[in-house]
Design a protein around this ligand. Structure first.
Ligand code: S3P
Length: 427
């Protein structure tokens, strides 16, 4: 296995930016509500900022109040208006899918939703089909099931859906359509995907009838007044420095104020199963979400079997887990993760291709990839595929090994983790 060239001589405390999923949702829920909201800890990365700009075009006022803080004034969902031009969500699947759901239920709005070249390759039929079954007028402009999406808002009908994919983006798109159109929804999934949308509804005083742990029902009337959203640090961003701290040598790394929602902490389970020592300090709650500080100790890692039920809760962390696998006795394997092919890049292809360039013998499967214990890697050019998490994963690897990996482009990192490279430079 690889060994780190980094020795952390003094315990370092770092802070990571706000949670991307909750930042998007804070924009959507403060736009649905009539009146004033406050947002603190907002991720000022391109993805949620794009969502904010899109809702500003439909009549919501977001006034900056210092770093990560905004006061929001919404005219209420019934008074949002059509944007004067296309809504551009950049790189963000969450932004476009959740906003599409919300807009579908507002009869006064007509809009075209689009994004960058990566976003325009991602599957949208997964939301188009169920939204149409709710009565929505939404179509893929080019007819290929991808963005741009043209929407004419409409009154929708009550809906019951069992999702074939455990996806919080599908779940949240349909729930937001129900909230904007004032209809009932009964939603079921076969594994729990992240539940920030449900948490936010409860936090705002809404009532969710939980039928089973994986099935819930929502019924109108929905009366959301503005709220004060305080957003914790993003565990998906923290995961890069968790792996860095585990694979480094010397003193522990402390990562402050990390969101620890149970549907997001699969990364801690998997890394602990690999032998990683990670402690949670000062556990607390904010806006219905669990939060804590993480203390990450340099640890000897070993290969582990990642169980299928954990996949939804680690879906964004798999690239950096594979990097941890390079430092693990026995190597690394990930299966049951076909959804990786529908992310900002096809994250099976993007990891397998780059690992092979480093000289790692990787076997690719339809639903994952695997490699045996790795003793060395070579310097190589890394193709980042317009994918922030691929760029950050290989930047961490380069820093840990001291091997020069030339990343073709790193600007994608700003979609989710502005300041990532500045933190890396401190080590
Ligand atoms: C997200 C859900 C996940 C995740 C994405 C953010 C969300 O996607 O990969 O980065 O905020 O709901 P899926 O639910 O489609 O797997």
């Amino acid at each position: 296995m690889l060994s780190s060239q980094i020795s952390i001589s003094q315990s370092k405390k770092i802070s990571i930016p706000g949670d991307k999923s909750i930042s998007h949702r804070s924009v959507l829920f403060s736009s649905l509500a009539e009146g004033k909201s406050e947002i603190h800890g907002f991720l000022e990365g391109e993805d949620p900022l794009n969502t904010m700009h899109c809702f500003a075009k439909m009549g919501v006022e977001f006034t900056p109040q210092g770093k990560g803080s905004y006061s929001v004034q919404s005219p209420g969902k019934k008074n949002l208006h059509s944007p004067g031009s296309e809504l551009d969500f950049g790189n963000a699947g969450t932004g476009i899918r959740l906003s599409a759901g919300l807009i579908c239920g507002l009869p006064q709005i007509e809009a075209v939703l689009t994004g960058d070249a990566s976003l325009q390759k991602r599957p949208m039929a997964r939301i188009i089909d169920p939204l149409r079954a709710m009565g929505a007028d939404i179509k893929s402009v080019s007819g290929d099931g991808k963005a741009p999406l043209a929407i004419k808002g409409k009154q929708l009908q009550d809906y019951q859906f069992k999702s074939p994919i455990a996806s919080a983006q599908i779940k949240s798109a349909l729930v937001l359509a129900a909230l904007s159109s004032e209809i009932a929804i009964d939603y079921e999934e076969d594994e729990l995907s992240r539940d920030h949308t449900e948490n936010m509804i409860r936090f705002l005083g809404g009532n969710i009838e939980q039928i089973t742990p994986l099935r819930f029902r929502l019924k109108p009337p929905y009366k959301f007044e503005g709220g004060k959203f305080v957003i914790p640090g993003d565990i998906s961003s923290a995961s890069f420095y968790i792996v860095f701290g585990l694979c480094g040598k010397g003193e522990p790394t402390i990562i402050r104020n990390v969101g620890l929602n149970p549907s997001r902490i699969g990364i801690l389970t998997v890394l602990r199963n690999m032998g990683g020592k990670i402690e949670i300090a000062d556990p607390r709650q904010e806006c219905g979400e669990d939060i804590g500080d993480l203390v990450v100790y340099p640890s000897r890692l070993k290969r582990t079997e990642i169980e299928a039920h954990l996949i939804p809760s680690i879906i964004d962390e798999i690239p950096i887990l594979a990097i941890a696998g390079l430092f693990s006795e026995g190597g690394f394997s990930i299966r049951n993760a076909k959804e990786l092919r529908a992310k900002e890049s096809d994250r099976i292809v993007s990891m397998v291709t780059n690992l092979q360039r480093l000289g790692v013998e990787v076997t690719e499967y339809e639903d994952g990839y695997e490699f045996s214990e790795v003793s060395s890697i070579r310097s190589a050019k890394i193709e980042t595929y317009m994918d922030h998490r691929i760029a950050m994963s290989f930047a961490i690897l380069s820093k840990l090994t001291g091997i020069d990996l030339q990343l073709d482009e790193t600007s994608w990192v700003d979609t989710s983790f502005p300041g990532f490279f500045e933190i890396l430079k401190q080590f």
